[in-house]
Design a protein around this ligand. Sequence first.
Ligand SMILES: [Zn+2]
Length: 125
Amino acid sequence: MRSTYGTTTAIRVGDTVSVLSGKDAGKRGTVERLVAPGKVVVTGINIAKKHQKPRQKMNAGSQTPTVDKGGILEIATPFDLAKVAVVCPKCDRPVRIKSTRAADGEKRRLCGRCSTEFPRKVVAK
Ligand SMILES: [Zn+2]
């Protein structure tokens, strides 16, 4: 796992984000991946249609090949991190994130509007 993505962001995999600009402006999705440098893949956002022949392929980070049936695939493609903002579950709108360090030394992410602490996402391994 790479620790840096070429940019600093408070956005984490699993966050619900809102798209601020571009063709998907106003849509919401879940962060699937952070991509260097400064890009993000969000479920259902920035969909590209790809015309694919049937084939087997190896996925990065996976030992088992997947079989693509081919046809027209709709793939979420990376786009600029600056175009998304995390949605606060309490405010129900895109917010900036405040970062603080709690007494135990752990970093916490707070909503920039209401200071609600964002729940820590447990990403399945
Ligand atoms: Zn909030």
